[in-house]
Ligand binder design. Sequence first.
Ligand code: LLP
Length: 416
Amino acid sequence: MHSFNYLDGQLYGERVKVEDIAREVGTPFYLYSCETLTNHYRNFEKALAGLEHLICYAYKANSNLALCKILAKEGCGADVVSGGELRKALQAGVPPEKIVFNGNGKTVEEMELALQSNILMFNVDSRPELLLLDEVAGRSGKKARIALRVNPDIDPQTHPHIATGLKESKFGFEFSQVIEGYKLAQTLRNIEVAGIQMHIGSQITKVDPFVEALKKIVDLAGELKKLDIKIKYVNVGGGLGITYSDEEPPSFADYAQSVIPAIKEIGAKGIFEPGRVLVGNAGILVTKVLYVKETQSKKFVVVDAGMGDLFRPAFYSAYHEIKPVNLKAESQNLKADIVGPICESGDFLAKDREIPAVKRGEFLAVFSAGAYGFSMASNYNSRLRPAEVLVKEDKFRIVRKRETYEDLGRGEDEQD
Ligand code: LLP
């Protein structure tokens, strides 16, 4: 499944010892596997072979240019949510006709850039956005292809922070208002209706929520057909989950088989916006033990990576597997909170976790950290964001330098 494996107690990324990289690059750093990323993409492609489709990788999961370029070369498109991500997609070599623009707060400047770049389509989140896009497209002398983002009001059975298709969610057109939205879109001179889009949440580990939501989309497409509104694309968003501990998410094949019939019934081309499932298990975070501290009630393993490097445990109570990079056969287990150096009680990578006893100076690997890891990193506590490294077969290279103290103060006013 992924290319981070132990051999004689030593963790390897593909054919390179992780410890060797740690000694050369310093810690903390993210390590990505080219092979895992490529395999995930190819397996997803294979599963969708029976459907006319386009995979648009969700850049928010990890927009390191080296990874984006690998996917672009494979033929993958891009789902972007900001001017920054759009620029990165173009820089990575994604053809504009494979780019979709999501998000509920697009600015005029972002719309202009996307229109000038001739992207495939905008996934429009609201009525006021639709009206503004029409105006901006008119001024730019362009026609904006659009899908309306539909909120199907489905419970994706995932963490509340990453459920996006419930009716209380800020995203998309409420189901009862969608038809009105399409009718309005049809009257706008600079808008071309192309599709329907949904995204019901992230880290979804069952197919049912996708199937349920798509039932509603099929009905909607039927209603639109009666109104002579042709749907060429059905975009089912992202959301397919991965294994962090013992989850058993659907395989690419199971997922594909559960969504393809609905898209075919509508007679549309499918668009998919996977993020986590492509990069999540293609990356680890490597950190060094600074101290092992014992209080009367607890043990703490203090490491040099914290919530500024990997925000998921602190923010979503997310579980990430953590293991020493060098597993010693004889070592006993200890139970500890694995915590970062940041001045917040919420700064932890794991709570009450049983791991092999480790000492100061040893390296730990935090698994499944390729998605929403570096992309959510911050400089909180004026700490430098970590380096990013890519391994390919028996070689590795730094694909983003560790930040420097000059980076940290850039743009700040040093005058008295
Ligand atoms: N499309 C749209 C419109 C999205 O909002 C998202 C993710 C995706 C695609 C990709 O979803 P994925 O395949 O990665 O599940 N930071 C959170 C996840 C937030 C997801 C936001 N939207 C986390 O660390 O779990």
